[in-house]
Structures are given as structure tokens and as C-alpha cells.
Write a new protein. Structure first.
Length: 244
């Protein structure tokens, strides 16, 4: 099973457990199937030019028309340009979350395929991705000799890098009394790691509590925590592919 198969299987499984996020997870499953095809093709050709991604837009639009929320259905091929792709790839702020969805849908598998073929120095602990400089979309906690370790997962290329546990990845705050953690019985393995200095948060998926979790998918499944965090005046460090 490759990373995309794992995401698809996890999204289908979590969607079937009648959660509030079922629609989002079903759509994500279709999206991950699309991204898997893009990833495999780019990898087969050793593609390194982001501008070729524009050729995947017609298939993406077709997938969106048959299974996406209606807000995305208003886009046509004329809106989806090479410029949109290159803006996302170079970190230019998007014109809208909806436009960004289309750009990220094709840039993610491209970036992931580049990261897989390249080498990434993950010894340092920068607050953005050491491979592509994008922000982390979720943190991952893994048991390691009992101490546990925190990793950050890149929203673009899916690279994971180690990051100190008690440091805000947005502003570098280290005072643990300003770094509250929120949990709820509804999601035992997902928590909100917030910072009272910069008012941002990132969710963390604890694999020592649920070893079957697939962080990028479980992050989507726990949308309820985003709503809670927004109500408490925290903004998310980086939105996921669905713009949440
Ligand atoms: Zn990255
Ligand atoms: Zn902070």
C-alpha cells in the first residue's frame, strides 16, 4: 500500500462511521484517488516542471462536478491556469480558498513526488518544511523510547520533520503556560495544540493512542475541533486541502 492508498482506505473507513465529517471525508477519498493517478504518472516520467500540471485540470474539474460541495462547482477550465499553479508552488497568497483548492489538488502530488525523489535534511527543526518551505498542516506524535516525539507534516509535499514538543511552530513561544493543549473525549487521539501568544493552533494526531490513524485524514475527520478552536479565537496555522 502506498501513501495514497492508505489515505483513501482511512477516509472511506472514517466516513462509514457516521461522523459529522462524513461528506468531507467522502470527497477527500475521491480527491486522493485523483491525486494518486497524478502522483504515479509524474513519478513514472520523473517530472520536475510544475507547469505541466495544468493538463490535469480537466479531470479534476470532472471529479469536482460529480462529487464536490457545490461551492467548488462554479469553476471552469478558463479559471484554472498555469499562473494559479505557479503561484501556489511559489507560496504567493491565493486569490481565494476555492482557487487554492484546485491549485493544491495538483501541486500536492507533484511536490510529494519531488520530495520522494529528493533528499531532505530533517535534522534541523525549522517551523516550515525543510524541503519546500510550506507550512505544516498537522503535527504527529509518535512514541519513541517512552519519551514521545513531535513531527510536523508539510501541507504541500507531505515531508515530516522533527519539531520540539513545547514550542509554538508559528511564533517560537516556549513558555509552556502559554501553550495550552485541548482534548475532547470525542477524538481521543487528536488534540488542539494552541499558542496564547500568537493565537494560532495546530492539531496533533497521537499515533501512540491510535496506531491506525493516517494524520492527514484524521485531521479532516476532526473538523469539530476546528470549530471549537475558532470559537475560542484561535486561527489555524495552515488550512487543509479542503480549506478547513
Ligand atoms: Zn514540503
Ligand atoms: Zn505562537
Amino acid at each position: 500500500m502506498n501513501a495514497f492508498d492508505e489515505r483513501i482506505a482511512r477516509a472511506d473507513e472514517l466516513a462509514s462511521r457516521s461522523s459529522a465529517a462524513a461528506d468531507a471525508l467522502r470527497f477527500y477519498s475521491h480527491l486522493a484517488q485523483f491525486q494518486k493517478r497524478v502522483f504515479e504518472e509524474l513519478n513514472a516520467y520523473g517530472e520536475t516542471d510544475a507547469s505541466v500540471l495544468v493538463r490535469y485540470f480537466p479531470a479534476l474539474l470532472e471529479m469536482v462536478r460529480s462529487s464536490a460541495p457545490t461551492t467548488l462547482a462554479g469553476f471552469s477550465e478558463a479559471d484554472l491556469t498555469t499562473e494559479l499553479i505557479l503561484a501556489e508552488w511559489t507560496g504567493t497568497p491565493p486569490e481565494s480558498e476555492h482557487a487554492r483548492f484546485f491549485a493544491r489538488a495538483v501541486v500536492q502530488p507533484f511536490a510529494e513526488s519531488l520530495a520522494m525523489r529528493g533528499t531532505v535534511a530533517t535534522e534541523s527543526t525549522p517551523s516550515t518544511c525543510p524541503f519546500c518551505s510550506a507550512k505544516p498542516v498537522v503535527a504527529v506524535l509518535r512514541g519513541e523510547g517512552g519519551g514521545g516525539k513531535r513531527w510536523l507534516l508539510c501541507c504541500m509535499c507531505a515531508t515530516e520533520w522533527a519539531f520540539r514538543r513545547l514550542v509554538c511552530p508559528n511564533c517560537g513561544e516556549e513558555d509552556k503556560t502559554r501553550l495550552p493543549v485541548y482534548t475532547t473525549p470525542e477524538f481521543k487521539h487528536v488534540r488542539v495544540e494552541a499558542c496564547d501568544s500568537c493565537r494560532t493552533y495546530i492539531k496533533a494526531v497521537d499515533l501512540t493512542v491510535d496506531g491506525h490513524a493516517v494524520p492527514v485524514v484524521d485531521e479532516i475527520a476532526s473538523i469539530a475541533l476546528n470549530i471549537w478552536a475558532a470559537e475560542h479565537d484561535y486561527s489555524k496555522l495552515e488550512s487543509n486541502i479542503l480549506g478547513m
